[in-house]
Design a protein around this ligand. Sequence first.
Ligand code: GLU
Length: 501
Amino acid sequence: MSKQVRVRFAPSPTGPLHIGGVRTALFNYLFAKKNGGTFFLRIEDTDQNRFVPGAEAYIMEALEWLGIAPDETIGKNEKFGPYKQSERKHLYQEYADQLINSGWAYYAFDTADALDAHRKEHEENGKTFIYNHHNREKLDTSLVLSTEETAKRIANGDAYVIRFKTPVDETLHLQDIIRGDVKFDTNLLDDKVLFKSDGMPTYHLANIVDDHLMETSHVIRGEEWLPSMPLHVLLYRAFGWEAPEFAHLPLILKPIGNGKLSKRDGDKLGFPVFPLEWKTDEGTSSGYKENGFFPEAVINFLAMLGWNDGTDKELYSLDELIASFDLNRVHKAGAKFDPDKNKWFNHQYLVQAADADLAIAYSPILEEKGIEVNQEKLTKIVSLIKERAHFVTEFWEMSDFFFVAPTEYDAKAKKNWKEETPLLMQQLIVVLESIEDFSSMNIETIVKEWMTVNEIVMGKVMQPFRLSLVGALKGPHLFDIVEVIGKDETIARINKAISIL
Ligand code: GLU
């Protein structure tokens, strides 16, 4: 690749960053890093009606948490700044004028009411009103006014928009890195609005001008922008600029059925679709972070949504992703979002994580419950339970009995407490009391020996024993629990069970 790679993530701050947006950011990041290039973040906030306070900070925080922060953005290496379009407002008029002067754009004065009337009239005749070459010369545009008349109306303060004058009768053969040759018939395109008389550009104009000024080499974005590609390429032609290369990423699909995964799916179907929690007056949308996902796991599962390296490999660190990533291996077809698989990824990272680090992550949960425990013991506990966990947030439920004696006993499990059980448990206490080396393996050997010698069936002891310590028939290897909670506590719990059950 000869030219310097510069790619951008260009979200509109209309709300929290959806997981699809995060995937777009990630693929841009990976592509930049793979090619020794730059990844920058530009905030596209030209549509003031859709502006949501807090969204911009959220986007930056989310990328930061995920470990894919941009190299350049607002307040950071502002080489081509500002990185926020509302602060670049003064730039766009000149470019809109340039297109007017070169005949690539025209003024349109049609009022909202007039446009509505055209739409209605078309509908009545079973047609759809498209503002383009079919009718642009019959509408209220500068194409049918003299230069003087146009100037007069603008001076009079008539509201206008500037529209792109789409060329007619042309088939555009455009190249998309993922999709290959994509054809568009220019006669089917509408003359999009580029600029409004309030001095604001629309997305299309601002996006092209900025990508040019910020020296964007590749535009990597969601498939929903593919229909805009012909207009964008034509805009580059109109300005006489070299267009960047394009890559439109596949949609992320709902886990069941068809259709694009939407912002609402998450809470409807019970899994997060946002990196971080997002709170509004209407409620809270849950986030991966707050749900106990590791950022590395989120990155990993997002990378696999629409891409693989051609092997069966699924687990990648960020560095491995950078090394393997290839836009040419991104699929065209939509990628199904699979919440269970995402949990599986988190589980893999959890199992790989150092027990001591997981203990540190678990500590605040215990602190909140007023439980004090030394890190060494906690590390041991974590090592016993993590194989079965997906999240650190599940640890408490899986290990509460290490810290507090059961106060209730599982109703079903209680059926294992038979008439002869109290006597057996009393004998067990005697055996336990005699043990000097209170390590899991030694306790197990001695207890099992006692059972063999006395011809006691395993289940008759083991299940009530577990029930006494845990309150249910769950948890890791029983003798590991016994070792961790210690002799006195073990015996106290058995005695408690005898008196209650
Ligand atoms: N502002 C657009 C968005 O919200 C950017 C699309 C593009 O990358 O060109 O997704």
